[in-house]
Design a protein around this ligand. Structure first.
Ligand SMILES: Nc1ncnc2c1ncn2[C@@H]1O[C@H](COP(=O)(O)OP(=O)(O)OP(=O)(O)O)[C@@H](O)[C@H]1O
Length: 557
């Protein structure tokens, strides 16, 4: 009964198509193809089939591939040879037997006989009779594939229409040809294969490397034809090896596979931006498909993801040793120098973590938008991972820096003083980092956030109490927001007590450290207030960053 119904459906579909060429007709039953977490495993014999008693082992060909193609879209599956493109295409065409896991649905339903009739599958090798002409081949196919209810003459008209629409009129009377028989060109052969499928006007068209072995102009013509077909409401999925840039931008969606793993699924036009957002950008302009294939082959455009960390570490070490040498064993007789070092700590470790953190969110904006829109994770999880995950590493560098410079510069050689200095600096690093995160998340543009960050940190530094002693009242309030001022105060407190003295021959021998001009303005009291102020900033900046991120991705949820 069900069979009867589907036959009737198929016949009425065909009848409905008779007035105009199949290729121009809209798809009759548009198909939304959805594949979720597709895994395909096979068992292979160790040492090959010839080896007796050899154990079999499992090979995973597809490792959880997910995607969706809507009517009117072309999905191109790219990847190196052996990455699983044909296997996935075969699975999508309902032709793969064996251990297939995950789900593949067509308008929400599994593959069925009706869907089979609505699917065209063009294999990589064009299996055609070499002695038949183009016209004969398509008429032959029409006679066999179109329902009996359609008259022979109508089937011939159908074949002719497909010939016209696929641009095969010029060669319709040429023989297909083969290995020993010169016939139509490779591009024409491919179009004949596509034409065979188009006769039944499928709403889902799957093609395995339809452009392989063709020059770029012919390949372009084939993809243009597919584009027209998709435009008519069909869902087109194809595998392709290395499309030119021109072709690449004709695909609505791209799936990049590497050893069965999905590396990218999304709009073709957004692929480059996506990889740039996660730190993989080509150093020179290049064909996107070349770039994507390099990535899928494990070839990074440069080592840009690793280098910044090594440059970063080297920079900090160089500055640490340089500072250690410049301030080599400076003691309290050179109080100005020692204070200069403490203020340098506050300045360097104000700017450095700020600029590291400023890039965190703008760099990941695209990915965050995409993944948040599809509800892949909670914002809080992402935020925690981003702000807490790297924390140990972020604190190791300033700790190493202080350890090197502290002992080289001859600051107070007691564990207590050293730990106080270290604590003050690490607290300051966390606050500056928070400010950077907040600015990045608020502005979401690296350049603007960097300019804004520089202006803010510079104002903090100038209002820090070291450079300007007589700050006018109307601008003196900046110091209450200045990370540098609180850090400087804590660092001074880690080294000096109000009762400490230093030699000052001009003023009669010894003077109180607390009266030294660069210290007097900031003062050695109120250390606890500085800790509280920095702790409040630490929490507030992170809260601002989180709130700013809440805007992202929610609009499309
Ligand atoms: N039935 C099978 N038995 C053994 N290996 C298989 C089988 N089917 C697929 N493979 C292996 O799975 C991997 C993916 O094959 P597939 O043909 O899908 O790759 P592809 O990306 O289409 O490659 P190409 O671009 O070269 O056509 C290959 O390593 C292939 O050898």
């Amino acid at each position: 009964m069900e069979q009867e119904m589907t036959d009737i459906e198929a016949q009425s579909q065909i009848l409905a198509e008779q007035e105009s060429p199949a290729i121009f007709k809209k798809a009759n039953r548009p198909v939304t193809l959805k594949f979720e977490n597709v895994v395909y495993k096979i068992r292979t014999k160790k040492g090959g089939m010839l080896k007796k008693n050899s154990k079999s082992e499992e090979k995973i060909i597809l490792k959880g591939v997910t995607g969706m193609v809507l009517p009117g879209e072309i999905l191109a599956m790219l990847g190196p040879s052996g990455s699983g493109k044909t296997t996935l295409l075969t699975a999508l065409g309902g032709r793969l037997s064996g251990r297939l896991e995950g789900s593949i649905t067509y308008n929400g339903k599994p593959f069925s006989n009706a869907m089979k009739r609505n699917t065209g599958f063009v294999t990589q090798d064009d299996v055609l009779y070499p002695h038949l002409t183009v016209m004969e081949t398509l008429v032959f196919t029409a006679l066999l594939r179109l329902p009996k209810s359609i008259k022979k003459e109508e089937k011939i008209i159908h074949a002719e229409n497909v010939i016209t629409q696929l641009g095969l009129t010029k060669c319709k009377n040429s023989i297909i040809g083969g290995m020993f028989l010169r016939g139509v060109s490779g591009g024409e052969r491919k179009r004949v294969s596509i034409g065979q499928e188009m006769l039944i006007n499928p709403s889902l068209l799957l093609l395995d490397e339809p452009t392989s072995g063709l020059d770029s102009t012919t390949a372009q013509r084939i993809v243009s034809t597919l584009w027209e077909l998709a435009n008519g409401g069909r869902t087109v999925v194809m595998t392709i090896h290395q499309p030119s840039s021109r072709l690449f931008y004709m695909f609505h969606k791209v799936l990049l596979l590497s050893e069965g793993n999905p590396v990218y699924f999304g709009k073709g036009a957004e692929a480059m931006d996506y990889f740039a957002s996660i730190g993989y950008a080509p150093s020179v302009a290049m064909n996107p498909s070349d770039f994507l294939l390099d990535l899928a082959n494990g070839v990074s455009p440069d080592d840009s993801r690793e280098n910044p960390v090594i440059i970063k570490q080297a920079l900090v070490l160089v500055v640490a040793f340089l500072s250690g040498l410049l301030w080599w064993q400076s003691d309290v007789t050179h109080l100005q120098d020692q204070i200069g070092l403490l203020f340098f700590y506050a300045g360097f470790w104000g700017f450095f973590p700020l600029f590291q953190a400023i890039f965190t969110f703008p760099q990941e904006r695209m990915m965050l938008e995409k993944e948040r829109s599809s509800g892949m994770y909670r914002l809080s999880s992402y935020f925690m991972a981003k702000t807490v995950g790297d924390l140990p590493m972020e604190l190791v560098l300033p700790a190493v820096f202080v350890t090197i410079t502290y002992w080289m510069a001859g600051l107070k050689p007691t564990a207590g003083n050293f730990l106080d200095t270290l604590f003050s600096l690490l607290l300051s690093v966390l606050v500056s980092q928070g400010l950077g995160l907040a600015l990045g998340a608020l502005v979401m543009d690296q350049k603007s956030a960097t300019i804004l960050g520089s202006v803010i940190m510079l104002s903090f530094l100038l209002a820090g109490g070291y450079y300007v002693q007589h700050v006018p009242v109307f601008i003196a309030w900046i110091k209450y927001f200045s990370i540098s001022q609180y850090t400087y105060k804590l660092l001074l407190g880690s080294q000096y007590k109000p009762s400490d003295t230093y030699p000052c021959p001009a003023r009669g021998g010894t003077c109180l450290v607390g009266d030294f001009p660069s210290i007097k303005l900031v003062g050695l009291d109120g250390q606890a207030i500085s800790v509280v102020a920095l702790t409040i900033m630490l929490l507030l900046y992170r809260l601002f960053a989180y709130m700013a991120l809440m805007r992202i991705g929610v609009t499309r949820n």
